[in-house]
Design a protein around this ligand. Structure first.
Ligand SMILES: NC(=O)c1ccc[n+]([C@@H]2O[C@H](COP(=O)([O-])OP(=O)(O)OC[C@H]3O[C@@H](n4cnc5c(N)ncnc54)[C@H](O)[C@@H]3O)[C@@H](O)[C@H]2O)c1
Ligand SMILES: [Fe+2]
Length: 435
């Protein structure tokens, strides 16, 4: 591909990439149009999913009022678990089965949108929870057909679950996260209304900002789609295809926007313009990584979140220990970028420059380190924990963390260089503390 030498054809490698995203609506106040949008999609009896905290916010009241004004029958499920689990996915699906709904609306963060995707899936095509889960933990059975319409209305901006075909959850017994990642899970419409972010606690803003950074940087530095084996038929082209020129544009813009706005959004919570920029950056990165895929920082994060001991972060509900998603990702990111730097140094330098680093005279050998330094300085400026030690891990946990990361092949395979067991051990060691 002449666009960029990174996409030079390889023998047997893929020859094309696809760009898939739902219809997306973006703008302050856009939630008011939810009812008309739901009606246009043929909904009449709607399940509105949210979590107990978001349920009390004005954004949910606006969503509900808009649905009712359009004459729709609305049943609210406000028991979504933050950082959902196999147990909470099942409970949410049971509500969907009982209610016989013809449409789904989610108002909340990634936890709520992912839970709604799962509820819609298991109500439409009932099966054991692990039937549609990615291998090797699940059977990876293909979802048999389209789901019922789902309008996702994010009140966070990091996961961009409104754009993606993924639903992430924690398997309680195995102490690790996994995902259902199949095209039919992608919502029908995303309504991104930045006004919904105004009540988001600053700690959640910081964690979400780092989730966006990592989605964007991991997409930009992913293995190119041309180096993945071509599928036997177009239908077998994977959801996560590897880096591609469209993903690059979305990722670079997202990195710049988060870099320029994250500190303001954390320090001045009343600044709507900063939150609007973050909402847009999250959506943009979502379209990018939703087609490209993430690699090492996200792969490691599933173990970091799953094995949590007693970390209870300020800004989240304190009813259970958790390492929030964005935090569990960024704590690994500097170590991961030091490791991936040599595989595509120009791209690491591009990301560092988009984050505001001066890279003109930097030798390529320093690319991974330069990007790691830039991420670390933003972590310090926004009050992130100092590496994995900061959320309760120590050297004695490296083996368990490594074991739980190895099954996430879906992510590790997109890394621009091979990652084995010993590499992961070293990465977790390096991620223990940064300053
Ligand atoms: N589907 C995907 O593509 C994808 C990608 C990355 C991560 N995830 C998953 O998404 C989940 C994390 O989602 P998240 O970071 O968006 O947050 P979240 O849904 O877990 O919410 C975080 C906290 O913020 C609160 N909250 C949300 N919106 C608020 C608002 N506007 N005002 C006040 N409080 C608000 C919630 O009640 C909760 O306490 C994790 O389970 C993660 O694994 C999914
Ligand atoms: Fe993420």
């Amino acid at each position: 591909m002449a666009i960029d030498p990174y996409y030079a054809p390889t023998p047997g490698g893929d020859i094309a990439f696809t760009v898939e995203a739902p219809t997306l609506k973006f703008g302050v106040g856009a939630i008011k149009e939810l009812g008309e949008d739901a009606k246009a999609l043929g909904m009449s009896r709607v399940a509105l999913y949210t979590d107990p905290r978001v349920a009390k916010l004005e954004h949910v009241a606006r969503a509900r009022a808009s649905l009712e004004a359009a004459g729709l029958d609305v049943a609210v499920y406000d028991e979504v678990e933050v950082e959902p689990t196999d147990r909470s996915f099942k409970a949410a699906a049971a509500f969907a089965v009982e209610g016989k709904f013809d449409g789904f609306v989610s108002v909340g963060g990634g936890s709520t949108m992912d839970t709604t995707k799962a509820a819609n899936l298991y109500a439409t095509y009932p099966a054991d929870l692990f039937a549609y889960v990615s291998a090797p933990l699940g059977e990876a059975r293909p979802v048999p057909g389209p789901l019922r319409p789902h309008i996702a209305c994010p009140t966070t901006f990091g996961t961009a679950s409104e754009t993606t075909a993924i639903a992430v959850f924690d398997i309680l017994e195995q102490e690790m996260k996994t995902a259902i990642a199949q095209r039919p899970l992608r919502p029908t419409l995303g309504i991104v209304d930045p006004a919904g972010l105004m009540t988001l606690p600053v700690q959640v803003v910081a964690a979400n900002g780092f989730d966006v950074f990592s989605h964007a940087i991991e997409s930009l530095t992913a293995r190119p789609f041309t180096r993945r084996k071509a599928p036997e038929t177009p239908a077998l082209r994977p959801l996560f295809q590897g880096a591609n020129p469209y993903g690059d544009i979305a990722s670079l813009e997202a990195i710049k926007l988060v870099g320029a706005n994250i500190e303001t959004a954390v320090k001045r919570p009343e600044d709507l313009a900063a939150r609007e920029a973050l909402a847009f950056s999250g959506m943009l990165a979502g379209i990018g990584f939703g087609n490209t895929g993430c690699h090492v920082p996200h792969a490691m994060s599933y173990a970091v979140a799953g094995l949590v001991k007693d970390y209870r972060p300020e800004g989240w509900p304190d009813d259970h220990a958790m390492v929030p998603h964005g935090t569990s990702v960024i704590l690994n990111a500097p170590a991961a970028f030091r490791f991936t730097g040599p595989a595509c140094p120009e791209r690491h330098l591009k990301a560092a420059a988009a984050l505001g680093a001066e890279v003109r005279n930097l030798p390529l050998e320093r690319a991974g380190e330069a990007l790691a330094d830039q991420v670390i300085s933003l972590m310090r400026a926004t009050g992130m924990p100092n590496g994995l030690r900061g959320v309760g891990y120590g050297e004695g946990d490296i083996e368990a963390l490594t074991e739980r990361t190895l099954p996430t092949r879906r992510l590790l395979d997109i890394c621009p260089r091979e990652v084995g067991r010993d590499d992961l051990r070293r990465l977790f060691k390096d991620a223990m503390s940064y300053w």
